[in-house]
Ligand binder design. Structure first.
Ligand code: GDD
Length: 313
């Protein structure tokens, strides 16, 4: 589903998934979602739609709440209305299955490490708060209406297609630029933050597994390993024979009003119930992204996405 008029993402989408039918709808517009669900009559709905760049959620907190939080409610309502699910009518076989992209950002200031499905939430950004609402409303529709609605609590998942504003891609593009002589420095924020980074392809597989279980349940998806941004930078520069300390410059524009210091998944439930294991490790992922950006920049000298510079706080 795409929104807006002459949405520039459509041509990019076409390039990658040419044979997929695209339909229109907007998470801000309830009627458009009902129409989309009616038109498509889907077996499964995956709601990955969100304002997903955490710093932007401080700049546009209300819009983030509307899209990332209330958008989930609107999507659930569209499914409920189209499939005629109500308290008086329990859904049976053939019901529309719903996947909500919940986020490890909900754990925020973590209460325990590693984080599992029972770890309490303490979100640290308007984005995290909105995702937490989406998580609870999905759970509530499951409990209230018997809908097949699941949440995947996904930790950071990356690939060469990651937007240039996120730290892994920013680093892989930065390293490629410096290696090719197109730049000399890379400006970064907090190097001490730790994340559990995995490969997006592995995580997409987990989403499908969750939706195809017999019973709707929520799952934590992550690798169970954690690395700092500093380690990411060191590895990425090192992979092309460069020393990160010669190029990385700290820039307060990239630090956040409130930080999530440490994320590390406990994916035991996913392993045991879904049989899910990540196949691509951190080192392989970083090498894959740096190599891809070296190829991309050698071809055109231009990435698909330009780096994103937030305003000063
Ligand atoms: N983006 C960015 N840019 N992050 C930086 C920088 C920088 O220059 N320097 C340090 N960081 C740190 C951030 O402060 C943060 O602690 C960490 O790198 C990761 O930042 P992002 O890659 O922007 O991702 P995120 O962890 O905030 O959120 C991503 O993962 C979530 C799942 O845990 C997003 O994909 C969210 O949408 C997703 O829910």
């Amino acid at each position: 589903m795409v929104r807006g008029q002459a949405n520039p993402h459509v041509s990019r989408l076409r390039k990658h998934v040419g044979d997929v039918q695209i339909t229109t709808g907007d998470l801000l517009d309830q009627g458009s979602l009902i129409s989309a669900v009616e038109r498509v009559q889907p077996d499964e709905v995956y709601n990955l739609g969100a304002i997903s760049y955490v710093p932007m959620s401080w700049q546009q907190a209300e819009l983030t709440a509307e899209v990332t939080g209330m958008g989930v409610l609107r999507m659930l309502e569209a499914i409920r209305v189209v499939s005629g699910v109500g308290q008086s009518r329990t859904p049976g076989a053939g019901q529309i299955r719903f996947y909500q992209a919940s986020s490890s950002e909900m754990f925020g200031m973590v209460r325990e490490t590693p984080q599992n499905e029972k770890t309490p939430f303490h979100p640290r950004s308007p984005y995290g708060v909105a995702k937490t609402y989406g998580h609870y409303i999905t759970q509530n529709y499951r409990e209230s209406y018997g809908m097949f609605a699941v949440s995947g609590i996904l930790f950071n998942h990356e690939s060469p297609r990651r937007g240039a504003e996120f730290v892994t891609r920013k680093v892989s593009l930065g390293v490629a630029r410096i290696k090719l002589g197109l730049a000399t420095e890379l400006r970064m924020g907090n190097l001490e933050a730790r994340r559990d980074w995995g490969y997006a392809g592995d995580y997409a597989r987990a989403m499908r597994l969750m939706v195809n279980q017999e019973r709707p349940e929520d799952y934590v998806i992550g690798t169970g390993r954690t690395q700092s941004v500093r380690e990411l930078v060191e590895l990425a520069f090192g992979s092309v024979g460069l020393n990160w300390q010669d190029h990385v410059v700290l820039d307060s524009r990239y630090t956040r009003p409130a930080e999530v210091d440490l994320l590390c998944a406990d994916p035991k439930k996913a392993r045991e119930q879904l049989g899910w294991e990540p196949e691509v490790g951190f080192e392989e992922l970083v090498a894959m992204m740096v190599e891809s950006d070296l190829r991309l920049l050698s071809r055109s000298n231009r990435p698909e996405d330009e780096p994103f510079s937030p305003d000063h706080w």
